[in-house]
Ligand binder design. Structure first.
Ligand code: GRF
Length: 197
């Protein structure tokens, strides 16, 4: 049965947006869960192109208003956003948004938290640190967003091997595949409260 009020997702992303693409495609024909907005802090971010191709409205945000103003809450309300997915979004989320979307905002991190998380740990830096430590496995973590970086309750983790001869790029590719194959389904399960942090 379709719920009376559909979940309206906003995806926040700063980069290429390969995860955003997967999420948009996964929910494209759904009535109960819709991606209604893509938010980015970078005008050149590939994710904005993806949003345009898919005819999903996008919002380019700037620091002053995000951190010291209303955090774009009026726009989020305009699109009736009631769930936020961070998919490679590199700014910290202001406390007002964290509180407003408490239990309704999740992030994906390209390592097995609590390992290799925290401020400054993003993208290739994460994979370089995993390789530097000589770990034999890495993976992904999907977690709720709280005030601190990468600290909210963990919803889901999946592992992959670190192979001999890996470099940050090859490991990143393996991690990306893992993200793409799990993230949309986990979002769906969180929204349907089949998973809690
Ligand atoms: C992903 O690896 C995600 O774990 C991290 O940022 C990356 C975004 O990649 N938070 P993409 O832009 O979705 O390709």
């Amino acid at each position: 049965m379709t719920p009376v009020n559909p979940t309206h997702i906003a995806i926040f992303a700063s980069g290429t947006g390969t995860n955003a693409r997967q999420i948009i495609e996964y929910f494209a024909d759904r009535k109960d869960i819709k991606v209604v907005l893509v938010v980015s802090n970078k005008p050149e971010a590939g994710v904005l192109q993806i949003a345009a191709e898919r005819q999903i409205p996008s919002l380019l945000i700037e620091k002053e208003r995000f951190f010291r103003g209303d955090a774009y809450l009026p726009e989020l309300e305009h699109f009736q956003v009631n769930f936020i997915v961070l998919a490679g979004f590199l700014w910290k989320i202001p406390l007002s948004l964290v509180q407003h979307f408490s239990g309704r905002m999740i992030n994906i991190h390209p390592a097995l938290l609590p390992l290799y998380g925290g401020k400054g740990m993003y993208g290739q830096k994460v994979h370089a640190a995993v390789l530097e430590a000589g770990d034999r496995e890495s993976g992904i973590t999907i977690h709720f967003v709280t005030e601190g970086y990468d600290e909210g309750g963990i919803v889901f983790q999946a592992k992959c091997p670190v192979l001999p001869g890996d470099n940050p790029e090859t490991l990143a590719q393996r991690i990306h595949q893992l993200e793409h194959s799990h993230f949309p389904r986990i979002i769906e399960e969180v929204i349907h409260q089949k998973r809690v942090g």
